[in-house]
Design a protein around this ligand. Structure first.
Ligand code: UDP
Length: 576
């Protein structure tokens, strides 16, 4: 099958059919006739070559790191974010997934941000914006004696531009739009995605403060402030707004919340500037014009004889940090400002994918105390090893320019990167690695994928092995499972297997939040996590989850209630 999909050369990597399909369509370099001109292993070689070549600049022989980078990618033990796979060693050469752009309160600045967004999308990156500085709807415009139209109406222009650009056909443009809780247009913003199809290219999040969350808890009022004048325009009851946020999230999945004070308290370069926004999926809080390169270790491959292979995890962590730091220098940035700001802090985000599959291999149910404890141990270990490696790189290659005055300076004499860890969604790279995405539970143990007018049954590979070993595998049963994705009501499946293979919608939402918090404890950027809720979840469930995320020191929270959008990314329901 590999041969069939690849079309050109036989490739010896053991990739899944889906991985090959994705690579062929969007990742492998193409010739004039649109056919791929490289194999997947040649792609990994191109990336390893380009990223390792940076070592020369610092006086090292790139030969060793090239072999190591190739090894970890081709074994699917570590993969960088998609733009690095697509663009390394090419003329475009734009390697980052995440950007944040400033939006200042003038026509010129707003449209400059729009132009910059278009350049980033074209090159395969996603953009986050805080619209909090824009004067509110109905406010005055001095030069024309006119009336301002406010952040939400400008967001729709960004949305439409995104729709038109479509990132050169390789990736959809993704955006994050953030508005502070005390902006006078906050209600319009919270309601802005109610109509399906409107602002479709945006995730939206309300930027909330500790002050607001305390006002919710004590049932008091808080001030709305016009960012242009700095004056209070109105007082609102915090609980009313919290109810509105959670009601809209229950109905549509948006808005999420980001916890601005927690983000800034833990920002290692808080002496430089205050963070107002994150990238599109929320996992990287960034200053204006910063970009960040992500990479993820496949935890499913870090298991040996039913235990965690710590030595292997350590090696991949060290090489992953080295790889991502090189990416900063190998990168061709879409704007000079981005080049400058990115190199001032040299932020990178090494994280994980395949957590749920690792748990299955270790015989630990995702919804258990043991899972939470294991998650903390793993992320603590990765973080410590990441910092060690970044300190070592700092000694050899110099610290990031804003090191002086940063929180790192209190502990170390050098540090190469202002941040080292992030948990990315790994939406596509987890398909390439054929494992569960990020730190999410398995979504469905078997499901039907619609591919070019045919329907293919896909069974989770770890579950399939267990089903065969334990002698309850049958095609009919797998078909049955695909209707709900879950085995909880199937008595023919042994109890211990049902307890182990819980899906995203099987488990209590509290476990989702606790897992996010467990990772956040040791991640200096942020954690991408969607708290998936069953269709029958109540408004109170949503309120409880949003409040719980705040209390557990998460940096943000996003939920999705099954069935609340007509076009869902992940759909259950078996054969249609
Ligand atoms: N992203 C994007 N367009 C997409 C998917 C992702 O711009 O279609 C950006 C976005 O900033 C997101 C980040 O890439 O937060 C990481 O997403 P993910 O881990 O899913 O990307 P992958 O590397 O797996 O493609």
């Amino acid at each position: 099958e590999t041969k069939k999909y690849l079309g050109i050369k036989h490739d010896d990597l053991k990739l899944s059919v889906n991985a090959i399909r994705v690579l062929e369509r969007r990742y492998l370099l193409k010739g004039e006739n649109g056919n791929p001109v490289e194999t997947p292993s040649e792609m990994f070689e191109r990336v390893a070559n380009s990223v390792s070549s940076i070592d020369k600049r610092y006086g090292y022989n790139p030969y060793d790191s090239k072999a190591e980078f190739y090894r970890m990618m081709s074994n699917l033990e570590f993969l960088p974010n998609s733009p690095t796979l697509m663009n390394a060693g090419t003329e475009l050469g734009q390697l980052s997934a995440c950007f944040v752009l400033p939006v200042e309160d003038s026509m010129k600045d707003i449209f400059e941000a729009l132009t910059n967004m278009s350049l980033i999308h074209k090159s395969g990156g996603g953009t986050g914006f805080s619209f909090s500085k824009l004067r509110p709807n109905g406010d005055i415009v001095k030069s024309t004696k006119g009336v301002a139209s406010g952040p939400v109406s400008f967001m729709s222009i960004f949305d439409q531009a995104t729709e038109v650009i479509k990132q050169g056909g390789k990736r959809r443009g993704a955006n994050m739009g953030i508005l502070r809780i005390d902006h006078p247009d906050i209600i319009e913003f919270i309601n802005s995605k109610e109509k399906e199809g409107y602002l479709d290219n945006f995730n939206i999040s309300v930027g909330v403060t500790d002050e607001f969350m305390k006002a919710v808890q004590s049932d008091s009022k808080y001030d709305l402030i016009n960012p242009r004048t700095g004056k209070t325009t109105e007082k609102l009851r915090a609980r009313d707004i919290f109810d509105l946020i959670t009601t809209m999230a229950w109905r549509t999945g948006d808005p999420g919340m980001i916890f601005l004070d927690e983000i800034n308290r833990r920002h290692p370069v808080s002496h430089v500037r205050t963070i107002e926004s994150t990238n599109p999926c929320g996992e990287v809080p960034l200053l204006p014009y910063e970009s960040c390169n992500l990479g993820s270790i496949n935890l499913s491959k870090m298991v040996k004889n039913d235990t965690i292979n710590w030595e292997k995890l350590k090696n991949n962590t060290h090489s992953g940090i080295h790889f991502l730091d090189n990416v900063i220098d190998a990168n061709k940035y879409p704007l000079n400002e981005i080049d400058r700001e990115t190199k001032n802090n040299r932020k990178i985000g090494l994280g994980v994918m395949g957590l749920a599959e690792m748990f299955a291999k270790l015989n630990i149910p995702y919804n258990s105390e043991e899972a939470i404890e294991t998650a903390e141990n793993i992320m603590k270990f990765i973080n410590e090893e990441s910092v060690k490696k970044s300190v070592e790189l700092g000694e050899k290659r110099g610290s990031f320019p804003n090191f002086k005055g940063s929180q790192w300076e209190k502990k170390y004499s050098s540090m190469r990167n202002a941040t080292v860890n992030t948990i990315a969604p790994t939406g596509t790279i987890s398909i390439i690695a054929n494992t569960s995405s990020g730190i999410e539970p398995i979504f469905a143990l078997s499901f039907v994928r619609n591919v070019m007018a045919t329907q293919l049954l896909e069974v989770n590979p770890v579950f399939e092995n267990v089903a065969k070993e334990r002698n309850f595998y049958s095609k009919d049963l797998m078909m049955d499972i695909s209707k709900t994705g879950s085995i909880q009501n199937l008595k023919q499946v042994p109890k211990d297997v049902r307890d182990l293979f819980v899906t995203s919608l099987d488990i209590d939402p509290e476990w989702h939040v606790r897992m996010q918090a467990a990772f956040q404890k040791y991640v200096d950027n942020s954690v991408s996590k969607t708290v998936n809720l069953p269709e029958k979840a109540t408004l109170d469930d949503v309120k409880r989850i949003y409040m719980m995320a705040y209390k557990l020191n998460c940096k943000g929270i996003t939920i999705y209630r099954y069935g609340s959008k007509e076009n869902q990314v992940l759909e259950l329901g078996g054969l249609k």
